[in-house]
Ligand binder design. Structure first.
Ligand code: MG
Length: 278
């Protein structure tokens, strides 16, 4: 099932897609309540055409920071180390976890602020994100897939100058608007496990990233079982699994984003997340 958050008369609603229409979910006021409730009841009336719907990010205001994986595709690790060895070279066989503050996730089609005067090296990162469906603590690898509610696309927008200047990545990844998300959450049953999905990004129509999520180093099962061995992952937690090669800093010279650029992040079975740089 494809689940959306959309605006109707200025109010956010949650809905499910059927035959090109989005029908309202009747048993939850917002996506986080829907995830925590565990059941999805959909009305068969009052559908609106999907093309006409004013979409929000599926989870517009995450309850907690998004958990992110760093350097989780081998080829992206190489391009990042080439750009800045001190900041990105990884030699340890452990997952890199960091977090990203998301006061409000940017909607599909939303403009992304480029922060002139603060940021000079603005970059994109198309990523598969998964959402935890029930509170997870001490979850085994075997049980881990049951804890995945669904999947969405996140563009982990990054200010490379802030990211590397401050050493910790938090500030450079967390500016307002730096987490476009959507267009929908696809429930886990439609994707299957493990997720083997084509993942691509385009800047002004030019293909930049082109890979498959099967090449991620640490997969959702590893991430859930490892993190839950020491911390509770609450239902609704969003985990972004890292980006493949082809980001702006990976080119020589780098191809950073500029005002007016159109950024498309695309993942098979989920859809396209389109944003423009203001
Ligand atoms: Mg990232």
């Amino acid at each position: 099932m494809k689940l959306y958050t959309y605006l109707l008369d200025g109010i956010e609603h949650v809905g499910a897609e059927m035959d090109g229409y989005i029908y309202p979910v009747t048993n939850a006021a917002d996506m986080l309540s829907l995830i925590r409730g565990g059941e999805i009841c959909v009305s068969s009336e009052n559908g609106i055409k999907k093309d006409k719907a004013a979409l929000c990010a599926p989870i517009p205001r995450p309850a907690q920071d998004v958990i992110c994986l760093g350097i989780n595709y081998v080829e992206h690790g190489k391009e990042a180390a080439q750009y800045n060895k001190e900041a990105f070279l990884r030699e340890r066989p452990y997952a890199i976890y960091f977090s990203k503050r998301v006061t409000e996730a940017a909607a599909p089609e939303a403009e992304i602020n480029s922060y002139p005067g603060l940021v000079t090296k603005l970059d994109y990162e198309c990523e598969l994100a998964f959402i935890i469906g029930k509170d997870a603590k001490n979850v085994s690898r075997e049980e881990a897939p049951e804890y995945i509610f669904g999947y969405t696309i996140i563009n982990d927008i990054s200010a490379r100058d802030l990211q590397t200047d401050h050493k910790q990545w938090y500030f450079g990844k967390s500016l307002d608007g730096f987490t476009p998300m959507g267009p929908c959450i696809v429930t886990a049953d439609e994707i299957g496990y493990p997720p083997k999905l084509d993942i691509r990004s385009y800047i002004n129509g030019e293909l930049r990233q082109n890979s498959s999520t099967e090449y991620m180093v640490f997969d959702p099962v590893h991430i859930i079982s490892e993190l839950s061995s020491g911390m509770t992952l609450k239902a609704g937690t969003i985990i972004a699994t890292g980006t493949p090669a082809g980001v702006g800093m990976g080119f020589d010279p780098p191809k950073f984003l500029k005002s007016g650029d159109e950024v498309i992040c695309e993942i098979e079975k989920i859809g396209r997340l389109v944003n423009r740089i203001k």
